[in-house]
Design a protein around this ligand. Structure first.
Ligand code: BZD
Length: 818
């Protein structure tokens, strides 16, 4: 007997169909006969939202009235994915919905497909925030996600006829969006500019301009917890109506200028995922959402109080800073406490220090935000003063601890010219965490070493995780059924470590075959999806080998494509017979930041390798490369369950964690990877024999830098010595993938041969060797599937529920509502 614990609403399919009809008629004014899938999508969304409202209101009331500290997850990005399916699952309405829409004359899939995916994030950091608020709600922990409702999300990616990336705006709000509720009555005023004056011995900020921050609330339903939290995304509105006088003179653009400028703040998500752009607008965005959120928390937790006792603030809510983007919140809370509520510096500092914690998501020094003091001074003059004072206090504290002057200088939060946000966060909050064990160690030993030396107790690790609801249950229903059957219960969806129970089944041939059949069926599904959406002809009987993530030199998509080219060259030159090749389909998905030249060249190269190889009869059916454009959550949910082999092949010591790797392992793909980020922990758990490890370790990388790898052009030696590598690079240089033009990739080739900062060439041989081993393993399907079962069984640790439990225990010191 299989135990089923999934939520199930008492509502019948007939009742749910009636609710959809009502919405269609009374809110949207269309009959069922007139309705298009997009209409039914809006109606069904409104209907499911209604089923969640009571839990939502009760959760808020219990949060405000109870004694459980809430979590405020401050994040410039929440990459949520489509909402309807997830809301149905958590409301226990999936079956009713499926039947109801069928009775109304639609397929469930076409209704789900009618939703437009919001792209309010760049990549891992934004998706992590979405997984975390799902887990907070599922664990019953009171929480707010606080961020920005950008009008334009991450750009839409297309490829032109030369294979180049084209970015087009993603106006995701072009059609009705049924999930967000705009609450004009809970707005906040956010001010900028002006000057600070002294009045009666007090500092008073006289800002020059203000915008109206209006919250748009999204429900965040928990799975099987009965709780529904809130994601509050701020949108910027102007206080100034347009200037009628100017308008009457027909100067339309001038008349609406102030309005446009204010509303620009929430207009667009910065498509950056590595280096901060010194853009005023970006700082405005950061301050905008953080200031509104802090004031909102005071409003929520001290309702109707003119003179709240904010010495209890840190007992009401703890703010997690998702990277440095919200760090301006530290001086902002200081300012609010002192200037708006009259607290003295020391009291304000205690509260602030207790309220904030900081998560770092990078190891690239250039990705730690640094703002010019001049810009902060112009935009937020009072905050700059406070930051200077924080820095003075910090220096005095360091001196008192006996830190030497040179180190104190290295640690400066405020250097005179600039403000280092990661340092401000490390000093201003209670805890600092990295996102995987290796990453947290490197933060302590390298990136934030001085801080960890002085404040060792602040530093901790919380290894990332992913939500099993979206990334197993919704993405891979077939595997979910096989797991539930294998374990005799579906409880694993809220306690993922139960997957351990599958370990013995790896020895059960019947189970392993069933598992393999799921993978095969998913591959067929993906092939159909790719045909429908992209026009690709993917052969589901080949190995599906996937590399999906932002395009970055450190992630080394170049290593993957060079290996493909090397294989191609071997077949073309007759060194390897096509008959001996194990058929493989390589699928890439990646967006490059619009200003990142080498990343964009790499995209162009991959597209043209795909074009040449896929059209070459010599390798037909053996080696194929596809690059579906505009990688997003929907594509991830279709591709991950169909993947046999995942790649996380970053240069060791560069990828903070990676979370794609977790999603793949949980869906029964094997990983080829370096000892980097969360790969280290995945390998530890699934077993070294079930993970394809290759490449230099972090200390080996450091040693090779010390020899001058990138400065003395050592990469060329690897090129000269390895004929396979040489052949591959020569093929790129000689125009094989650019219709004979030798210039197209010259900068890429030149970089490989003279600098190669991320050591692609140095790791090439090890990578080719491990790929040979992978082929051999794949030729034994039972062996491969057994390894894949063990990956699933041993990856339960990588649930975001476990990450959140770690945050609760190590950092937030709070828990579920009573
Ligand atoms: O965060 C990523 C890291 O690169 C991954 O290793 C890690 O798994 C995830 C989650 O912790 N970082 C980002 O995604 N960073 C950004 O997207 C980003 C966005 C704007 C500005 C700077 C970085």
């Amino acid at each position: 007997m299989t135990e089923i614990t999934a939520p199930k609403s008492a509502v019948t399919a007939e009742q749910f169909a009636d609710e959809i009809r009502e919405q269609l008629k009374y809110t949207q004014g269309v009959t069922v006969e007139q309705a298009k899938p997009a209409d039914v999508y809006v109606a069904a969304s409104a209907a499911v939202r209604r089923h969640l409202v009571d839990s939502w209101m009760k959760t808020q009331a219990d949060m405000v009235n109870g004694n459980t500290k809430a979590v405020g997850y401050l994040s410039a990005e929440f990459l949520m994915g489509k909402q309807l399916e997830n809301a149905l699952l958590n409301a226990g309405l999936t079956d009713q919905f499926n039947k109801a829409v069928k009775d109304l004359g639609f397929s469930a899939q076409e209704i789900i497909d009618a939703e437009y995916e919001p792209g309010l994030g760049n990549g891992g950091l934004g998706r992590l925030a979405a997984c975390f608020i799902d887990s907070l709600a599922s664990l019953g922990v009171p929480a707010f996600g606080y961020g920005i409702q950008y009008k334009y999300g991450i750009f839409k990616q297309e490829f032109d006829e030369n294979g180049k990336q084209i970015e087009t705006p993603d106006y995701w709000l072009a059609n009705e969006e049924p999930w967000g509720h705009i609450d004009y009555n809970r707005d906040q005023k956010v001010s900028f500019g002006g000057e600070v004056v002294e009045e009666n011995g007090k500092k008073v900020w006289k800002p020059a301009w203000s915008v109206r921050a209006v919250p748009v609330d999204y429900m965040v339903p928990g799975y099987a917890s009965g709780r529904v939290n809130t994601l509050r995304l701020w949108t910027a509105k102007s206080y100034d109506e347009f200037d009628l006088l100017t308008f009457n003179k027909s100067e339309y653009l001038d008349a609406v200028k102030p309005q446009v400028e204010a509303e620009n703040i929430s207009k667009i998500l910065y498509p950056e995922d590595s280096t901060p752009q010194g853009k005023a607008l970006r700082l405005e965005q950061q301050y905008f959402f953080v200031s509104a959120s802090i004031h909102d928390a005071i409003r929520v937790f001290y309702p109707g109080q003119d003179k709240p006792d904010l010495t209890t603030f840190a007992d009401k809510i703890t703010f997690q800073l998702n990277d440095t983007h919200p760090v301006i919140g530290i001086p902002e809370l200081m300012r609010v406490l002192m200037d708006e509520y009259g607290y003295d510096w020391d009291t304000a500092w205690k509260i602030t220090n207790k309220t904030f914690n900081y998560t770092c998501h990078t190891l690239l020094p250039e990705a730690l935000e640094v703002w010019p003091s001049k810009l902060i001074g112009e935009l937020l003059p009072r905050h700059l003063e406070i930051i200077e004072k924080i820095n003075d206090q910090f220096e005095a504290e360091l001196k008192a601890k006996g830190v030497d002057d040179a180190t104190i200088k290295d640690m400066a939060i405020y250097t005179g010219d600039s403000v280092r946000m990661a340092f401000l966060a490390s000093y201003g909050g209670s805890h600092v965490n990295g996102v995987a064990e290796l990453h947290s160690e490197l933060l302590k030993d390298v990136t934030l070493k001085n801080f960890s030396d002085v404040y060792p107790d602040k530093f901790t690790n919380v290894t990332n995780g992913v939500t099993p609801r979206r990334f197993i249950k919704l993405a891979n229903p077939r595997l979910s059924d096989v797991i539930t059957e294998g374990l005799g219960t579906d409880k694993w969806l809220s306690d993922l470590e139960l997957l351990q129970g599958l370990v013995p089944l790896a020895e059960d041939a019947e189970f392993v075959k069933k598992f393999a059949a799921v993978k095969q069926a998913n591959k067929v599904d993906f092939s159909n999806f790719a045909k429908r959406k992209y026009g690709f002809d993917i052969d589901p009987n080949t190995m599906i080998n996937t590399m999906v993530k932002r395009l970055h030199e450190y992630k080394r998509q170049a290593l993957k494509i060079l290996s493909v080219i090397a294989d191609y060259a071997d077949i073309k030159s007759g060194k390897v017979s096509a008959d001996d090749v194990m058929p493989r389909t390589i699928v890439f998905g990646a967006k490059a930041a619009p200003g990142y030249y080498l990343a964009k060249q790499t995209i162009q190269l991959i597209n043209n390798v795909a074009r040449v190889i896929n059209n070459d009869p010599d390798v037909k059916g053996k080696l194929n490369v596809y690059f579906p454009w505009n990688y997003n959550i929907e594509l991830a949910m279709n591709l991950i369950p169909a993947t046999d082999l995942d790649e996380q092949i970053s240069q060791a010591g560069k990828e903070a964690s990676g979370t794609g790797n977790m999603k793949f392992a949980l869906n029964g793909a094997l990983t080829v990877g370096t000892l980097d980020g969360a790969n280290v922990e995945i390998r530890e758990r699934v077993g070294a024999e079930n993970f394809f490890l290759f490449g230099m370790t972090e200390p080996e990388v450091s040693a090779l830098y010390a020899k001058g790898y990138d400065t003395k052009g050592l990469s060329r030696e690897y090129y000269e010595k390895d004929p396979q590598l040489k052949a591959a690079i020569d093929m790129v240089a000689d125009g094989t993938f650019s219709d004979g033009d030798k210039d197209t990739y010259k900068d890429l080739v030149n970089d490989w041969l003279t600098k190669d900062y991320f050591m692609t060439l140095a790791d090439f041989r090890a990578y080719m060797d491990i790929q040979a081993q992978i082929e051999e393993t794949y030729r034994d399907p039972m062996k491969w599937s057994r390894m894949a079962v063990l990956n699933v069984a041993n990856s339960g640790y990588f649930s975001s529920d476990r990450s959140i439990e770690d945050y609760l225990e190590r950092i937030w010191h709070t828990g579920p509502l009573a």
